[in-house]
Ligand binder design. Sequence first.
Ligand code: FAD
Length: 399
Amino acid sequence: MTISRFAAVVVGGGPAGLTAAIALAGAGVETALIAMPRSMPDHRTTALLAGSVTALDTLGVWRRCQTQAAPLRVLRIVDDTDRLLRAPEVCFAASEIGLDAFGHNIENTILISALEMQARDLPLLTRVEDEAASVAIEDDRITIGLKSGAALSAELAIAGDGRHSVCRAAARIEIQRRSYPQTALTFNLGHSREHHDTSTEFHTRTGPFTLVPLPGRRSSLVFVVDPTEVANLREMSHEGVAAQIERRSHSILGKIAVEPGRGVFPLFAETADRFGAGRVALIGEAAHVVAPIGAQGLNLGLRDAATIAELVVAAQRAGQDVGSATARYDAMRRADVTARVLAVDLLNRSLLSDFLPLQGARGLGLFLMRHVGPLRRSVMREGVAPLASQPRLMRGEAL
Ligand SMILES: Cc1cc2nc3c(=O)[nH]c(=O)nc-3n(C[C@H](O)[C@H](O)[C@H](O)COP(=O)(O)OP(=O)(O)OC[C@H]3O[C@@H](n4cnc5c(N)ncnc54)[C@H](O)[C@@H]3O)c2cc1C
């Protein structure tokens, strides 16, 4: 059997894998991307924080989709729990930290199309429309066997193959998992009032109910509910759901029209014990899954992609084995991922818990953020550009 050889192979054509492949091939690393054509429609949207937008801009992707993204200029948190200890409403404005916007919200299909277009334009990127079926890690190479029977080998495999990663299993990396008694429903909506570039997160007893602006009078909604409510909401007519949404959002966006395409996502969190081992580096949801609260998941995944690409490009330029980058990669991603996974978990549990001290702590945190300007600004800065992880692409520097 002929085995095609590359410096790096990326497995999985989701947004994390595509970004890693573009970053590598665009900086001179001969890369293969193993990815099947998209089959399932994805009606979700992604709130990309400013660093992610900068990285996509630096890679030449953002120009292909920016007109279809909506800026997020104000983030508003409203305690809608009806509990004894309720937190005050807090507004974060990007202008307070000198930014035009915290980030942009974009439909996943539009983002992925822009990434795919950019990937097609890179001569050093070979797209292999297939699935990785086996992974053999040797001392000096890694060989990926494909479903079609062909095989590829490289010095390093970057696993962007999502939650059921075959690369992670081959590298014998374990995951830690926590399930939540919650399910996220996603909808896109039209509405009669302007959103004024403001994302509003209602904290309810079952989890957040978050409206995020899309261009025009449209928004996306992530509605976290008790799993027993799902069947009812999924089967309900568009008009029935629209009335529920209007009521739960206190009509801030006026009359609601629900667009076709509802998503249902049981909530859980997963973190891999290591992000790199042998000749495998895990990125995106192969490395970590966080609950869709506070727009962390793909923003972490893009920082993974930017970090591994930076390390591989540096190793290649120094004439080193690019597969040796995994230990450093693991160390560089640990603090950022751990902090975000923990923050999302704590926030979510503080909503679900009836334990008064925990509700009090959440209320106090939001009270301090509302009234203490320096604290609010440092939280906003950390949210947009985490101190623990600022790879070059996120700072607007080409690799
Ligand atoms: C309701 C909801 C809302 C969200 N909102 C946000 C948000 O606002 N902001 C944010 O930052 N994040 C958000 N996220 C998280 C974000 O959607 C994920 O982090 C992101 O989609 C993960 O991308 P990925 O590329 O890692 O994985 P995926 O998108 O799962 O891609 C993995 C790819 O690998 C392919 N694959 C799998 N196995 C193989 C194989 N053996 N061979 C080849 N290919 C393979 C799959 O087909 C798939 O294409 C949200 C998540 C949910 C559920």
